[in-house]
Design a protein around this ligand. Structure first.
Ligand SMILES: [Zn+2]
Length: 64
């Protein structure tokens, strides 16, 4: 799920650093939205990141 269907953006591995400098892994996920698009004449729901949506890389059919 956590992948953009257009640009393939996936989660980043980052570090949580506490005040005592304990370091643990954390994941930074892309801002994904599920949108309906028309592919080969049929509507399909795909996960697209907000950046691709804003850049107009997908033709949305409708939005909730
Ligand atoms: Zn994207």
């Amino acid at each position: 799920m956590a992948k953009c269907a257009i640009c393939g953006k996936i989660r980043l591995v980052a570090a949580n650093v506490s005040h005592a400098h304990n370091v643990s892994k954390k994941y930074q996920k892309p801002n994904l939205r599920k949108v309906s698009v028309k592919i080969d004449g049929q509507s399909k729901k795909i996960w697209v990141c907000a950046k691709c949506l804003k850049a107009g890389k997908v033709d949305e059919i409708y939005r909730k």
